[in-house]
Design a protein around this ligand. Structure first.
Ligand SMILES: [Fe+2]
Length: 343
């Protein structure tokens, strides 16, 4: 009887001690991980499943755009069930840190220092370069040099690039503002608009397909989309991928622009230990090989190389991520896009 009443009190105490919302109580169940992610790739889905199989930790995924997830984290505050925030842009990761939405953690990874936030607020899990894809039949590669040069009138009617709503383009323009100043960046954006082969439409793969069908000659795209085309089951996509050469711009200067796919632990993560395990899992050699050969991104683990279809383009100099620490540049980039009429 004494044992029973002690048990009863213990249960009662446990029930009263939870002060967060119902949502938070559910989220703190043992063996779970609540992932807020912008990434929409099959590779991620398969890796999440593998993580669950290996650890028994169940993943609850919330998928949305970066700004939406950041607002959600802010609104949820202390009651947020989120354990990790994953996105594909260093600026957004830094913004999450600035807003106090992340916490520094010590994860054991083989990431080189450039792929870990300087105070350990986030870890890169993969990266992709924003490069120039060109029509191998019509463009003499010796004509290509820099992103800046694509604004020259010699490219009139030849440039293909997606809309300015893309965070990839916002980041690229931010890096150009950082490198050359706002006036030069605006002039560049206006020059690109003038040289466009058509109004921006579709994703990066559509720009490459447009080269294949003769709409334009030069596109600014992320490398992994070319990898996805080259390794597609669809013959037409493979042919479009084969039609283009890949050129890494600005190699004599600051280097080519990259996007970082990265993960940070949420400030109020209910399952912090699981979150750290997840970071270590995503950056380990096996997962990095998996990313390389499924999403065709560049691995961040120095012991793993890119997929052969990507490695064939050779190595390249990377622009550093200093621009991404100045997160206000993102708004400045959006303003410039509006001013020059880049839809
Ligand atoms: Fe993408």
């Amino acid at each position: 009887m004494k044992l029973l009443s002690t048990l009863f009190i213990a249960v009662l105490l446990a029930a009263c001690s939870g002060s967060g919302s119902q949502q938070k109580e559910n989220a703190t169940e043992a063996g779970e991980l609540n992932v807020y992610s912008t990434r929409h790739y099959e590779a991620d889905k398969l890796l999440h499943e593998k993580f669950t199989n290996e650890t028994g930790i169940k993943i609850n995924l919330v998928r949305a755009g970066a700004d939406e997830l950041l607002s959600r984290l802010e609104i949820e505050g202390e009651n947020s069930p989120a354990d990790v925030f994953i996105t594909v842009d260093a600026m957004k990761l830094n913004r999450a840190k600035e807003k106090g939405l992340l916490q520094a953690v010590n994860a054991q990874t083989s990431n080189p220092s450039k792929f870990v936030e300087e105070e350990n607020y986030w870890y890169a899990i993969a990266y992709r370069a924003r490069v120039i894809a060109y029509d191998k039949d019509d463009v003499d590669v010796s004509e290509l040099t820099t992103y800046e040069d694509l604004a020259d009138e010699k490219w009139a009617g030849k440039i293909l690039i997606r809309s300015s709503g893309s965070s990839y383009n916002q980041s690229l323009l931010s890096s150009i503002i950082h490198a050359n100043g706002p006036d030069a960046a605006k002039e560049w954006a206006a020059g690109i608009v003038k040289n466009m082969a058509r109004e921006p439409k579709g994703g990066d793969r559509d720009q490459i397909k447009a080269i294949a069908s003769g709409v334009g000659e030069v596109a600014i795209v992320n490398t992994y989309y070319v990898g996805l085309l080259l390794n597609s089951d669809n013959e037409e996509e493979v042919n479009a991928g084969k039609k283009v050469g890949i050129y890494f711009p600005n190699q004599d200067g600051r280097g080519g622009h990259i996007n970082i796919g990265g993960i940070g632990v949420a400030k109020n993560a209910p399952n912090k230990e699981n979150a750290i395990k997840f970071i270590e899992f995503l950056t380990n050699e096996e997962s990095q090989k998996f990313y390389a050969s499924n999403s065709y991104e560049y691995p961040v683990n120095s012991n793993v190389g890119p997929d052969p279809s990507i490695a064939a383009w050779g190595e390249f100099k990377i622009d550093n991520l200093d621009y991404a620490k100045k997160t206000d540049l993102n708004e400045e980039a959006i303003k410039i896009f509006e001013e020059v009429g880049w839809n």
